[in-house]
Design a protein around this ligand. Structure first.
Ligand code: ATP
Ligand code: MG
Length: 297
């Protein structure tokens, strides 16, 4: 990661300001703002349909924002979506590998997409096999790999061109706890080398691995800060059954991020009652996103 390592760690790698994405009359992402300094791991947490993938697609230059602005690696998503794709790695939630191709063929394919050929391609392929822990299994069909190895290979493929910013949309979904831990070790070492990582997850224990978090609910960010600061926000809120108050949990034991998430989303729901008109229109899927060639940025 020499390119990334050379950059200034105080630099802002991702800056999002008042970004909105509307599908028909429905706001999937509703006035979201945050910044991520270079070399940090930023976690995006939220329930199904919260707007996480839509936000990531806008930041990858795949989906045009309806309003607001965002810059990634110093480039505006509105004016430079194609240049952004050269500087980022993207592991999408639904599609990350060609499952009917071998390990080697997947690496070669993604190297080609990123314009890597000859000696550079060969060097990066060796690196990718080592990162994925798949040396000696080059001819295995991706479909036949275990979930954990498939995700590591997908991550390695997204890193072939040494991106400075990495977007991972539920990279550990369906991966066992041991493989998840080693996946996070890998993310950690990438960040230590200067790569900025924005990652979504449904495993709330993984939030603890992030430098900073944003909890998303119904298109909006309802809490943001370090994992510790986000937990503090829930200190005085009641839990789902009233008795399991997050505050009480703080007295007895350390609350899990799941307790905090439930308490904060319930508070957001109470506050949102008056404005539910917008999100009641979730059925309207009139506007579709721009198709992406090969399913990748
Ligand atoms: N292309 C689209 N057209 C219309 N509606 C869409 C489109 N993409 C997403 N949506 C809607 O926007 C909302 C947010 O979806 P999104 O996929 O961003 O959520 P998410 O937080 O990634 O959820 P999950 O955790 O299930 O992956 C959902 O209601 C979804 O149905
Ligand atoms: Mg998603």
């Amino acid at each position: 990661m020499s390119r990334a390592a050379a950059s200034n760690h105080d630099e802002i790698a991702i800056a999002v300001s008042g970004i909105i994405k509307t599908f028909g009359g429905f706001r999937a992402v509703d006035d979201v703002s945050f910044t991520v300094p270079r070399g940090k791991v930023f976690g995006l947490l939220g329930a199904n349909g919260a707007g996480k993938s839509t936000l990531i697609r806008m930041l990858c230059g795949i989906l045009q924002p309806t309003a607001g602005s965002a810059s990634v690696a110093g480039l505006s998503v509105a004016t430079h979506p194609d240049e952004i794709k050269q500087r980022i790695g993207y592991m999408s939630q639904l599609f990350s590998l060609y499952r009917d191709l071998t390990v080697r063929e997947n690496i070669r394919l993604f190297a080609g997409i990123y314009g890597l050929f000859g000696r550079v391609e060969r060097e990066r392929a060796v690196w990718a096999l080592a990162v994925a822990g798949l040396e000696g299994r080059e001819t295995t069909i991706a479909e036949d790999l275990s979930g954990g190895y498939r995700q590591r290979l997908a991550l390695a493929c997204a890193l072939l061109h040494e991106p400075v910013v990495l977007f991972l949309d539920e990279p550990t979904s369906g991966v066992d706890p041991v493989a998840r831990r080693s996946f996070w070790d890998l993310i950690d070492s990438l960040a230590a080398a200067g790569t900025t990582v924005l990652v979504t997850t449904h495993y709330l224990d993984e939030a603890e691995y992030c430098n900073e978090l944003a909890m998303m609910h119904a298109g909006r960010i309802i809490a943001t800060g370090t994992p510790r600061a986000v937990k503090e926000l829930a200190r005085d809120l009641p839990g789902r059954d009233g008795e399991r108050a997050a505050g009480k949990l703080f007295e007895k034991t350390i609350p899990t991020m799941e307790d905090v998430f439930v308490a904060l989303t319930e508070r957001a729901d109470q506050g949102n009652h008056a404005e539910q008109g917008n999100h009641a229109e979730q059925g309207n899927h009139a506007e579709r996103e721009r198709p992406v060639e090969g399913g990748r940025p």
